[in-house]
Design a protein around this ligand. Structure first.
Ligand SMILES: C[S@@+](CC[C@H](N)C(=O)[O-])C[C@H]1O[C@@H](n2cnc3c(N)ncnc32)[C@H](O)[C@@H]1O
Length: 235
């Protein structure tokens, strides 16, 4: 159980999967609370704020959208009436079950798949995708797996793809890794990597894109001294 500053520390992705599968089966106030870690009212408010950030920065009209690490599929609910199609992938069987049982739009599909092993031939919607979304997801990915994921995105993204990432990041000079850290709020051990903005920019340079824009968000909502929220648009 540790809170590690600075060094690159791997977290255990099986434990991350187990954490999310357990959250899917917890008696929480709302499905949004499963992935946003707050009570119903605050999760709903947060979801609305995040939608605004995404809508202000990415136009999904008529686009094929892929979300990697889609959880309960809240982005499909937000985007289905604008995009051509939406495919959500997640390695948590129990979260994909929630997505499949609660979201029923003809142009949206969800499937169980590990982000580090995307089986292109099995995808329910065929690439290329114009928009790729990461939302509160890359923080659960170890550095060496990040290379695999960026390669996969280059493989399934269209020539003019845009990648949108919204993520908690470190606001210190170095990253913070929570490794099997007991969180009272979540009533569970928890692992996540809060990289610096600069580390994310280096990761996104591996994408077949030329421009990376990053911006702080939710300054007024953040009561953390070590982490903050940011979004990145890579195009
Ligand atoms: C905080 S939730 C965010 C869910 C969704 N993106 C959203 O914004 O509502 C993080 C999600 O990432 C998924 N995830 C983490 N590591 C993954 C991996 N290696 N492959 C696929 N999904 C993963 C988890 O199962 C979880 O659903």
């Amino acid at each position: 159980m540790s809170r590690l500053y600075g060094d690159k520390e791997d977290i255990n992705s099986d434990k991350v999967k187990d954490f999310f599968n357990k959250r899917a089966n917890k008696d929480l106030e709302s499905d949004l609370s499963i992935v946003l870690f707050q009570d119903k009212e605050n999760s709903e408010q947060r979801h609305e704020e995040e939608k605004k950030v995404l809508f202000d920065n990415i136009d999904v009209t008529g686009k094929k959208v892929l979300e990697i690490g889609c959880g309960i599929g809240r982005w499909a609910e937000a985007l289905h009436d604008k995009c051509e199609s939406f495919l959500g992938l997640d390695f948590s069987e129990d979260l994909i079950e929630i997505a499949n049982s609660t979201i029923d739009f003809e142009n949206c599909n969800f499937q169980v798949m590990s982000a580090t092993d995307i089986k292109v031939d099995d995808l329910l919607i065929k690439p290329p995708f114009d928009v790729i979304i990461f939302s509160g997801f890359l923080m659960y990915i170890n550095d060496e797996d990040m290379e695999i994921i960026m390669d996969e995105v280059n493989n399934v993204g269209s020539e003019n793809m845009k990648v949108f990432d919204m993520e908690p990041v470190s606001c210190m000079e170095t990253r913070l890794t929570l490794k099997d850290f007991y969180s009272e709020g979540l009533e569970s051990d928890y692992s996540a990597i809060y990289r610096t903005e600069g580390e994310y920019i280096e990761i996104f340079k591996k994408l077949n894109c030329t421009n990376i824009h990053s911006e702080d968000i939710f300054k007024e909502l953040s009561d953390h001294t070590e982490t903050k929220y940011m979004f990145f648009v890579v195009e």
